[in-house]
Design a protein around this ligand. Structure first.
Ligand SMILES: C[S@@+](CC[C@H](N)C(=O)[O-])C[C@H]1O[C@@H](n2cnc3c(N)ncnc32)[C@H](O)[C@@H]1O
Length: 252
């Protein structure tokens, strides 16, 4: 599987190497090929030996883009906030069952939600763990982010049968991209190569519906059909996507 090795450069922190092996089953290598994780001096990043122009992929909750979206991106008027219900109830508990690089989870947490991020791809989960580690050292994030974002490395088929009941389960499985922007396209293509296309995503819907106490929210590209063929209670249009909302009970 791509992205499952990490490059043991001379400066690679030994404790991090042990953690990557023990917590995520990642393998050490001295000669990476294709996708691999490496250490930049302060962050764990994903690179590809064949793609020289491909920028590093990492989880950076303090990046300019993340900070801008958090501070000026629309806050409670963001479509995702409305879909999840944070405009009505800020302290909701959310299981993000397809966490990816944690961007949606960050928006939800910054609006007050307590988010459990579930990710099954070992390299992506390791990037999330490293992003959370750096966030806990960041003066702007340390006082709120770690207590609102918790990582679970597991397939959601398993996690959704074991986690405590949340108010909301949020799903954003991979879908074949059709973005127009060259940059988004490049990043999405890279991410697609690493995680694949989540062919089993339909199976998450019944588990999510069973676990959530208030609602299930599914993020879809505008052109995509409903997850598992299930018609939502309402739809909220975002800038680049739509959110299908399946209401189980009032948020009260
Ligand atoms: C489109 S990305 C999610 C992007 C994310 N919403 C964000 O804002 O960064 C989908 C992610 O869900 C993960 N995923 C898909 N199916 C999963 C499952 N059954 N269990 C856990 N993770 C899953 C994939 O590995 C991938 O990282």
């Amino acid at each position: 599987m791509p992205g499952t090795c990490f490059y043991t450069s001379p400066d690679f922190p030994p404790a991090l190497a042990v953690g990557l092996q023990q917590n995520f089953g990642l393998l050490a290598t001295e000669s990476p090929r294709g996708w691999y994780l490496c250490w930049t001096g302060d962050a764990l990043v994903l690179r590809n030996t064949e793609l020289n122009k491909q920028g590093d992929i990492l989880v950076d909750f303090a990046s300019g883009a993340a900070t801008y979206r958090r501070k000026f991106g629309g806050g409670k008027s963001e479509a995702i906030a409305k879909a999840v219900g944070l405009t009505k109830k800020p302290g909701l508990t959310v299981v993000d069952a397809t966490a990816g690089l944690g961007r949606d989870a960050l928006v939800l947490a910054s609006l007050g939600a307590k988010v459990t991020l579930v990710e099954r791809q070992p390299a992506v989960a390791a990037l999330l763990a490293d992003g959370l580690r750096r966030a806990s050292l960041d003066p702007d994030l340390a006082h709120w982010l770690p207590e609102r974002m918790q990582l679970v490395f597991a397939p959601s088929q398993q996690a959704l049968t074991q986690l405590p009941v949340p108010d909301v389960v949020y799903l954003d499985p991979m879908f074949p991209a059709r973005e127009k922007s060259a940059l988004v396209k490049k990043e999405m293509q890279a991410f697609h190569q690493v995680v694949g296309t989540d062919e089993d995503a339909d199976a998450l819907f019944p588990l999510a519906w069973q676990l959530a106490s208030k609602r299930v929210v599914v993020k879809r590209p505008g052109y995509a059909g409903f997850l598992a063929g299930q018609k939502p209670s309402m739809q909220i249009e975002g800038k680049n996507n739509r959110f299908d909302v399946y209401v189980k009970a009032a948020l009260d």
